[in-house]
Write a protein that binds this ligand. Structure first.
Ligand code: PMP
Length: 306
């Protein structure tokens, strides 16, 4: 990834791709203090840009630091760098980190940096759709308890166990791994959230100390718009036995049907297919910034009924 043409926005300026470097004694490299986002460009626009920039700022706050840029400034920088690279379809990686001024566990005294790197990307990233759906295995590591780590932050350090589990899954011939939370309930995959179709309803784990996906919220919004019931609640892994459909969703993965979780097999069913088509349409619409924000469609429905 280091040897490419193009430009990267770095600490307020557009610089050449190959010049975007950092020192080996950077705090984030040693102690995992970077926070990041993953965004997609469709038709030249970043889908749910404001939500991603806001989550980046919030992730830094969960790690006890402030980004020296506002949400609006990060949005503007992102649009500028996407335009500079002339992207119509792509992926964007914003990353903020603590610098190299002092070396030690404490980051006090380091400066905060921000880089935004976009590149051309067609289709999905990280998990590819397969004709019968992807094959997933159960992970050994769990998402941390709230007393252990700020699990809702999209922080580099929190990806250590995701990386180990993803590699373990790939080496064993699977496409991804499903992680439980600290109480043994379903949480998320190593880079996406999960939905199950059970008895005609969509069921997804309530976010408790894992990543509250922006795609997850869009899926809830799309399902509510279709009048479907969505349950956000604790989901026991045994409920995978009751599901007629299972899918993962995330910015990079989009909506990916799951064909198997270890020995359990699933069809790519009508709910998954409908949401995949709806999502492909949604991401290409110009005005969907607030879409899928908590209760958006439920509120509209209630207002209509009142
Ligand atoms: N969980 C994890 C661990 C992830 O890395 C991602 C991808 N960012 C998601 C869930 C989905 O989040 P989003 O829909 O915001 O991309």
């Amino acid at each position: 990834m280091a040897d490419r043409d193009g430009s990267i926005w770095c600490d307020g300026a557009l610089i050449s791709w190959r010049e975007a470097k950092t020192h080996v004694l950077t705090h984030a490299l040693h102690y995992g203090s970077a926070v990041l986002e993953g965004e997609r460009v469709y038709e030249g626009r970043v889908f749910r840009l404001a939500a991603h920039s806001a989550r980046l700022i919030n992730s830094a706050r969960l790690l006890d630091y402030e980004l020296p840029w506002t949400r609006e400034e990060i949005d503007a920088a992102t649009r500028a760098v996407v335009k500079a690279n002339d992207l119509t379809s792509g992926y964007v990686r914003p990353i903020a980190w603590r610098g190299s001024e002092v070396m030690g566990v404490s980051a006090i005294g380091t400066t905060v940096h921000l880089a935004i790197a976009p590149w051309a990307q067609e289709g999905r990233l990280s998990v590819q759709v397969k004709p019968g759906g992807i094959r997933v295995t159960m992970a050994k590591y769990r998402r941390p308890a709230p007393e252990v780590a700020p699990g809702e932050a999209k922080a580099a350090g929190l990806y250590i166990i995701c990386g180990i589990e993803k590699d373990r899954a790939l080496k064993a011939g699977f496409d991804d791994a499903l992680m439980l939370d600290w109480k043994g309930r379903l949480a998320e995959s190593t880079g996406a959230n999960i939905f199950l179709a059970i008895g005609g309803k969509l069921v997804t784990p309530k976010v408790e100390n894992f990543l509250d996906g922006i795609t997850r919220r869009a899926v809830i919004g799309m399902a509510e718009r279709r009048g479907w019931t969505v349950e956000e609640r604790a989901v026991a892994p045994q409920e995978l036995d009751d599901a007629s459909e299972v899918f993962l969703c995330g910015t990079a993965a989009e909506i990916v049907p799951v064909g198997a979780v270890d020995a359990r097999h699933y069809q790519i069913g009508p709910m998954t297919r409908t949401l995949m088509a709806d999502y492909a349409e949604l991401v290409r619409q110009p005005d969907c910034e607030g879409f899928g924000e908590s209760g958006h469609f439920a509120q509209l429905a209630r207002a209509k009924a009142a």
